[in-house]
Structures are given as C-alpha cells and as structure tokens.
Design a protein around this ligand. Structure first.
Ligand SMILES: Cc1cc2nc3c(=O)[nH]c(=O)nc-3n(C[C@H](O)[C@H](O)[C@H](O)COP(=O)(O)O)c2cc1C
Length: 398
C-alpha cells in the first residue's frame, strides 16, 4: 500500500518512527528516566494551557522571525543537540540541511554521529554543544575544532545526571557494532527492512563512535567510552562555567536551567542565553515540566539574557504557549528525531513546517501580527500551573 511520505502531525511521525526503527533505536529516542514523571509532564503541561482567541480583527500577515544568539531565524524554533546514533545513515547532516532549508539554527551534540566539519558544511547557522567532560585542554581543542568548522555559538549542557534505569526497560545498546553484536541484534533489526535498506544503501553500519570527541592524532571513542570520560570528570563550579564562556569568547548558552537562583548565577557567569530545560526528561526524574518553570525564570532574567525553552514541544501551538510565557524561542529534540526516522531530511523539514504552520495559525487566532506580541494574557492558565523554584526567601515573603 502506498503511504504518503508527508505526515500531518508529529504524533504521526512518531508512529512511523516506531514502525521503521529497530526496537533498541526507537527506545533510545523515547529515552526518559526512572518512572518517566518528567518526560510525561513535559507534554501534559502544554495540554493544561488554553488559548484566548479573538474572532474579528485578525492580521492577514504574521511575522515569525527572531534572532537567537546573533542568528536571524525564520521561525522561533531551533534544533536542540541530541547525541543519537543509528537513526538514519545521513544523521545530523540531514538534520542540518533541513534546518538550513527552513532558515533556522542547527545545534550539534558533541555525542553526535557525524563530524562537526561535515555538519558545518551543511549548516550555515551552527551551534556546538559540549558537556563538562575531560581535561580543560581537551575542551579547548573540541571547541576550537567546532569554531573552525563554522560554529558561532557554544551550548554548555550541565543538567545531565546518571539515569538509574527505566520502569519500561532501557534499550540494549552495544559498545561497538561488531559481527557478534549485529548477530545478537538481528531478530529486532530484520523486521525493519526500510531502516536496514537505508544503511545498506549508504554502505556503512552505525558504528556507534563519537567523532567529535576524537583526541588529536587518536581514534574516535565509542559512545560508552565518551560517557565514561564524562562520569570521571569532576562536575563544574560556577567559576568553571565562567571560564568556559570566557574561553569560547562568543555567544554562549547554558542549557538545563530550571531554578531562578541558577538563572541569576548564569547571568553573573556572563552567558548570552539559557535554555529552561530538563534534558527532555532524561535527567533527574521528578523535575517539573519546563513550561511550568519558564515564567519565573523569564521574569527573573529575561531582561538580561535570552531565555529559551526545550522539552515537550510537539506542535506550533506549543511554541506559541512558550513564547507567551516568556521564551524568545524554543529548541526541539524528539520532534525532529521522529521526523528524521520517518523520512530523513524531508521528514525533519516536514516537522519544522508543522511547527511553523501551527504557530502561524495560533498567531492568527490570537489576533497578533508578530510572535513578539504574545503575552501570558493570550493564554488560559489554570491556577497552580506554574512552579517557581530557587527563589530567594525575600521574594517569597513579599
Ligand atoms: C535521544 C536524546 C538524546 C539527547 N542527547 C543530548 C545531547 O547529546 N546533548 C544535549 O545537550 N541534549 C541532549 N538531549 C536533550 C535535547 O537536547 C533536548 O533538551 C530535549 O530532547 C528536549 O525535549 P523534547 O525531546 O521533548 O523536545 C537528548 C535528548 C534525547 C531525546
């Protein structure tokens, strides 16, 4: 039966991803941690918010453009970094081309499957993401390599914590794609001929190495080797964050902020932007949905730095809600990964089009001419919706 490669919602892209991908690869994208409280709340919280639309006097033209860390973008949605291997043979290069075609920024994870040089060649607007991992010399070498490949912004992700298993079971990910590993995975790979064929055509198997963490003159570590380096690196202090920002010297985002006090410290450390993020629910389970935490952070530091949000964005209307509550733009993770798995580069473009179309409809309904006019009053916010954490006591007393 002919299936139209175009899909109308991100939910449909996810259904196709589930169908196309081997169980372990799909499971790695579902991710989440422990009971999945956070990953569920990231999505559920958007459904609790309603809209307050106008019926007459709507604008015929709507402006969706903005800037993030000095980059002019056609819609307030950028690609969030994801370190995922084996979804599609073109991987992050396909995502980068899609982002470029839709006029937005590609953010590349240091745990990605493609070298930053290849991705930089496909993405005129590129940010590079790093964890606090390895020696300072290694971090300098990695950021300089990314800069040389065209990255204009650095994203420092500091909210990753060790995940202690999942109630629904974690995917089995081999250390390396050896013949033995492939034989073991065969029963789950063979029922997914589309995925297998795409890799067969590309002439390579997913090798599960991390090319952007290769030491000078050395070999790319495996995903688990890179993970081991991160585990052994003492966690950073705020002075370390300031050092990283200063060493990079250009636009700098701290990703993973949920607390107001951390947001204020990030401002003191000199960041350009921060993303209110809980790593898509992949870190400490029980962290509230980012959309609940956004208003307090935006109110505290939105006048000083660019505040973004990521976590749970699946529709254009979700983007409108985040902007109304103080985000300058949002970052997407799983939404584009489902698109990539469903239909490669065209699937990522399809997802960006869905978000763009949905945001435009929301603006029309709300009677706005521009995304910059979105305000909390455009939403129906149930009482007790927001969470403000890390407020100094004097704020709480007033
Ligand atoms: C499979 C997967 C891998 C991820 N890898 C990274 C990563 O390498 N670096 C990073 O900063 N964030 C990573 N993230 C988090 C995303 O950048 C983003 O914060 C999150 O996916 C947003 O939530 P959403 O998936 O609901 O959009 C990952 C997320 C997923 C789902």
């Amino acid at each position: 039966m002919f299936t139209n490669p175009w899909f109308e919602t991100v939910a449909e892209a996810q259904r196709r991803a589930k169908k196309n991908l081997p169980k372990s690869v799909y499971g790695a994208l579902v991710a989440g941690s422990e009971r999945g409280v956070t990953v569920e709340d990231n999505i559920a919280a958007f459904s609790e918010l309603g809209f307050a639309p106008h019926v007459v006097g709507q604008s015929a033209k709507r402006d969706l453009t903005t800037t993030v860390m000095g980059q002019q973008i056609a819609l307030p949605v950028i690609i969030s970094p994801t370190g995922v291997q084996a979804v599609h043979p073109e991987g992050e290069v396909a995502v980068a081309r899609a982002a470029a075609n839709r006029g937005t920024v590609m953010s590349l994870s240091s745990f990605a499957s493609k070298p930053v040089e290849q991705v930089g060649a496909a993405a005129p607007q590129l940010f590079f993401q790093m964890y606090w991992s390895g020696t300072r010399e290694a971090m300098i070498q990695r950021m300089e390599r990314a800069r040389a490949a065209g990255a204009t912004g650095l994203i420092s992700t500091l909210d990753w914590s060790f995940s202690n298993g999942r109630d629904w079971g974690s995917p089995v990910i081999p250390e390396k794609m050896t013949l033995k590993a492939m034989t073991r995975l065969a029963p789950e790979v063979l029922p997914h001929p589309r995925w297998l064929l795409a890799f067969a055509r590309s002439g390579r198997v997913p090798d599960l190495t991390v090319p952007n963490l290769v030491p000078p003159g050395g070999e790319a570590p495996t995903f688990f080797g890179a993970y081991g380096e991160w585990m052994q690196t003492p966690p950073p202090t705020w002075e370390d964050v300031a050092w990283l920002r200063e060493t990079w010297g250009g636009p700098f985002m701290l990703k993973g902020v949920t607390r107001v006090d951390d947001a204020r410290r990030a401002v003191d450390a000199g960041v350009t932007a921060l993303s209110v993020s809980n790593h898509g629910g992949n870190n400490l389970d029980g962290t509230p949905a980012t959309i609940r935490l956004l208003p307090a952070v935006a109110q505290a530091v939105g006048g000083q730095v660019e505040v973004l949000l990521d976590g749970g964005i699946r529709r254009g209307s979700d983007v409108a809600k985040a902007l109304a509550l103080g985000a300058r733009a949002v970052m997407i993770g799983r939404a584009y990964l489902w698109g990539l798995a469903a239909n490669g580069q065209a699937g990522v473009e399809n997802v960006l089009d869905i978000l763009q179309g949905g945001l435009d409809s929301a603006l029309r309904g709300l009677g706005k001419t521009s995304i910059h006019e979105l305000r909390p009053e455009d939403l129906v916010i149930p009482s007790g919706f927001t969470r403000s954490v890390g407020d100094p006591p004097k704020d709480r007393e007033s």
